[in-house]
Design a binder for this molecule. Structure first.
Ligand SMILES: [Zn+2]
Length: 206
């Protein structure tokens, strides 16, 4: 095992460890399975540590992505467009940071452009970039809104996210199928109550 993620100057404090502290290996997943009272060697579980490690790599791949890079190239041509552009049904798959349980649903993004517009694929990638991290839904919502505000500099941006949280549903804290709805409104959407109500209604609507 290597220590390559640590700066060499800090080598001293790591001399008791023969591996990186932050590395969670297949052996650790085996221990996790054993701690549940399972036999990690039975046929159905033998490949589970490898699969889980790969799956988690995907579920938190957003840490390695730069949201400003995703939005760097934009389409011009909206100079005179002064209306709310709304994109609905953007998929959201994330994990809550309190229980490491999935929460999932959809996002609705609305903005009033000022020259710069973005396509659906970029909005989807932006949501993924923040969703593929450990999250709370409120922070995910505001991170998407704030990044769009910063990069597109629109007149207004609003994000509405609705998700089912398995940590709450499975433990009976929520009615099955019940969604948590969060929203973040920036720019003119903070003061234009009509536009705000319109976006919220579109975001909540099935
Ligand atoms: Zn949770």
């Amino acid at each position: 095992m290597t220590d390559k993620s640590h700066p060499s100057s800090g080598a001293d404090q790591h001399h008791h460890h023969d591996k990186d502290d932050t590395e969670f290996t297949e052996h650790d997943w085996r221990r996790f399975l054993a701690s549940l009272g399972e036999n990690p060697d039975r046929a159905g579980l033998r490949e589970t540590p490898v699969r889980v490690r790969k799956a988690w790599k995907h579920w938190v791949s957003g840490y390695g992505q730069d949201p400003t890079e995703i939005l760097k190239v934009f389409e011009d041509g909206a100079e005179r467009y002064n209306e709310l552009i709304v994109v609905r049904g953007i998929p959201v798959y994330s994990h809550c940071e309190h229980h490491l349980a999935p929460f999932f649903g959809t996002a609705t993004i609305g903005y009033v452009p000022e020259g710069k517009i973005v396509g659906l694929s970029k909005l989807t990638r932006l949501v993924e970039c923040f969703a593929r991290r450990l999250q709370v839904q409120e922070r995910l919502t505001s991170q998407v809104a704030e990044t769009l505000m910063q990069e597109l500099q629109p007149k207004a941006v609003g994000v509405v996210i609705r998700c089912r949280h398995l940590c709450m549903e499975s433990r009976g804290i929520r009615t099955p199928g019940e969604e948590t709805i969060t929203s973040a409104m920036l720019g003119e959407l903070q003061t234009n109550l009509g536009m705000r109500a319109e976006l919220l209604a579109l975001g909540r609507e099935k």
